[in-house]
Design a protein around this ligand. Structure first.
Ligand SMILES: O=C[C@H](O)[C@H](O)COP(=O)(O)O
Ligand SMILES: C=C(OP(=O)(O)O)C(=O)O
Ligand SMILES: [Mn+2]
Length: 431
């Protein structure tokens, strides 16, 4: 991939190659464990703290799941996307299941992502990079950390297979699951590396290029993430993100992430403020580190026009050049009449279009899409084709361990409709 000149866009007379690794930290101030002096939101409460320590010691000795050069390669791709010369499709389960680490299931998720990347590449006319929420998305933040069972018993909420089970009788956090999580992640990585190389045509010159799949997960469980951190690289995934519930400026998650060389995603909900976002960028990245941070907005339909422009403006004035991504899922979750968590495809599409339009109007780029989806035809999200029979439809094949995922067909439709929208916008611009 050619290294673009940055100066024409942002008055910086260097190339992305030269600037992407400008992210030094003072080693006397940051270590992979310096987060332990801060408050970790959503921390898992283990009864057996010594056991957790022993498990983490074992994890530290295990081989990395990805290589540092893969992390660097993704950073370069993200820096291109931040400058408008690339695009990212990131997707997968809300919470991966250990039981789904199987060739066919993973293959269908990967095929879906590559099908989406092809559609996006053709519409956007820029190389598209695929990132899976795969091979490690095993720890979840929750609105309520405890749950009252119908019997009246209060148990821990399900927190992802790295922590406990969805089965209400196995909710006590068990540190040994972290080792299982590592093993399942390694097995999934092995499968991803065995899958046939996906070839797709380079949109601008028709040349065939090879595409690889990068892995990602939410860096929620800091003892696990820190144990797999070596020489400032989190080698459990090529990129990690911090959730809307754990991105406190003075919190443990930001402290952990600020020293990493990996690209870092940060989810931004509708209460994000321009000052707050700039403060996060100042802590997480050198302004010269183009695309080091991905700002993943998940505002909910109808909010982009008011919430986003002042944030984009403040970020531009700060000198940072993050990658802007849209997660059209998490701001659009609601409960069906019978209390099932779901989302509507049409609302997600609306948020995507609004976000794209706002970036265009503000002179910045939407550089990626982040979606909860699966390669199977589950019935977890609604769309206009099932109107009027919501609860019956949701009851047919709802398998998610946490948030509702788009089915394969819905996920393709979302991307196709977004691609058609972009084509129409670009067509009007040419007229
Ligand atoms: O995936 C994100 C969160 O874990 C999820 O939205 C929380 O869902 P809850 O509100 O059911 O806890
Ligand atoms: C927890 C998630 O999202 P958010 O932090 O945006 O709510 C998620 O991506 O599953
Ligand atoms: Mn989710």
């Amino acid at each position: 991939m050619a290294t673009p000149e940055v100066k024409s866009l942002f008055d910086v007379s260097v190339t992305t190659k030269e600037i992407i690794f400008r992210d030094e930290v003072d080693p006397s101030e940051w270590t992979a464990d310096s987060w332990t002096s801060k408050v970790a939101a959503q921390a898992v409460q283990y009864a057996d703290i010594d056991g957790l320590r022993q498990t983490c010691s074992l994890l530290r000795e295990l081989p990395p799941l990805v290589s540092d050069w893969e992390v660097d390669q993704l950073r370069e791709r993200l820096s291109h996307a931040a400058l408008g010369s690339g695009f990212i499709i990131q997707g997968g389960d809300c919470a991966e299941s250990f039981a789904d680490v199987k060739w066919d299931i993973v293959k269908r998720k990967v095929d879906l992502l590559f099908a989406q990347s092809q559609i996006l590449e053709e519409a956007l006319q820029v190389p598209t990079t695929v990132i899976g929420r795969i091979a490690g998305q095993f720890a979840k933040p929750r609105s309520n950390l405890f749950e009252t069972l119908p019997s009246g018993e209060v148990v821990h909420a399900f927190r992802g297979h790295n922590v406990n089970s969805e089965d209400p009788s196995e909710r006590e956090p068990d540190h040994r699951r972290l080792l299982l999580g590592y093993m399942y992640s390694a097995a999934a990585q092995r499968m991803l590396r065995k899958m046939p190389l996906h070839l797709t045509s380079h949109a601008s010159d028709g040349k065939k290029v090879e595409f690889s799949l990068f892995t990602s997960h939410e860096a929620l469980h800091l003892p696990y993430e820190a144990s797999l951190t070596h020489n400032r690289y989190n080698l459990s995934a090529t990129t990690i993100w911090l959730g809307e519930r754990t991105r406190q400026l003075d919190g443990a998650h930001i402290e952990y992430a600020r020293g990493l060389r990996n690209p870092i995603g940060v989810k931004l909900g509708p209460t994000a403020t321009p000052e707050g976002v700039v403060a996060l960028l100042n802590v997480l990245a050198d302004p010269m580190a183009v695309g080091k941070v991905t700002l993943i907005t998940r505002l909910g339909r109808g909010r982009a026009q008011t919430v986003l422009p002042p944030i984009i403006d403040a970020v531009r004035r700060s000198g940072h050049i993050p990658l802007w991504m849209s997660d059209p899922c998490h701001g659009n979750t609601f409960s069906s009449p019978s209390g099932i968590k779901t989302r509507r495809l049409e609302e997600m599409l609306a948020e995507l279009k609004e976000t794209y339009t706002v970036h265009q109007a503000c002179g910045s780029f939407l550089g990626g899409i982040h979606i909860e989806q699966t390669g199977d035809n589950v019935t977890e999200c609604l769309d206009e084709t099932v109107m009027g029979r919501d609860d019956e439809y949701l009851g047919t094949c709802y398998q998610s361990l946490c948030d509702p995922r788009l089915s394969r067909d819905q996920a393709i439709r979302l991307i196709e409709e977004f691609a058609n929208f972009v084509r129409a916008v670009k067509g009007r611009e040419r007229e």
